[in-house]
Design a protein around this ligand. Structure first.
Ligand code: GRF
Length: 209
């Protein structure tokens, strides 16, 4: 069976990209990372792609005269690479609505909290964990969800929780949550490859086989 072509979109260190390289791309599970797209030059995630001989490019809105030209360029490269699934892995820019519609329920995002808590505008990276500590919640975690037009609002695929301890710092919470991210993102992609995710309205059913 033809492996599924995956595009991974990054903006930073790419530790989630690395998890996908290790557990999907190299693991012969029917998924091939055909393309890494970054909206920033020089981020370590691009080095990870280079080290694994994965085609990578920097593409961002400011390179183009208009949003329409940017969207056209983005769509063109995804079509050229015959991308079946897009994974946002630490990607901190906007996704054009045209892309969300074209790839309905074929764009996944990893968010470092238990959505719907600590998500949406202003909640990204460490700011999520700052909010968690400020509110004093006893549980946090990570969420993989399909992307729709609402930021962090798409159907939830997988969540995993972890305890927040009284003396936790932002760095300690981030470390605990990243460990979860690096587990559940490859798992969600593997389930997608196996055709075991069924979207029913705002919910996702994981099929047994
Ligand atoms: C992580 O906090 C992740 O939860 C969020 O982006 C941050 C950087 O991830 N999505 P990565 O190391 O670049 O994958």
């Amino acid at each position: 069976m033809k492996p599924l072509n995956i595009a991974v979109m990054i903006s930073g260190s790419g530790s989630n990209l690395q998890a996908l390289i290790d557990h999907i791309h190299k693991a012969n599970r029917g998924g091939n990372i055909a393309l890494v797209l970054s909206n920033k030059e020089g981020v370590y995630g691009l080095k990870r792609a280079e080290e694994n001989h994965i085609s990578a490019m920097v593409i961002h809105r400011k390179q183009y005269g208009s949003t329409a030209e940017y969207e056209e360029a983005l769509m063109k490269v995804l079509v050229e690479k015959e991308i079946d699934l897009i994974v946002l892995a630490g990607y901190l820019s906007f996704i054009p609505v045209s892309l969300i519609q074209q790839y309905k329920n074929r764009i996944m995002n990893i968010h470092p909290s238990l959505i719907p808590s600590f998500c949406g505008k202003g909640f990204y990276g460490e700011k999520v964990h700052e909010g968690v500590l400020q509110r004093g919640v006893k549980l946090t975690g990570a969420t993989v969800h399909f992307v729709n037009e609402e930021m962090d609002g798409g159907p939830i695929i997988i969540q995993e929780a972890v305890a927040v301890d009284f003396n936790d710092t932002v760095e300690m919470v981030q470390k605990k949550v990243l460990e979860i991210e690096h587990r559940i993102l490859p798992l969600a992609v593997a389930l997608f490859i196996e055709g075991r995710l069924r979207v029913a309205g705002s919910k996702v059913e994981v099929l047994n086989s």
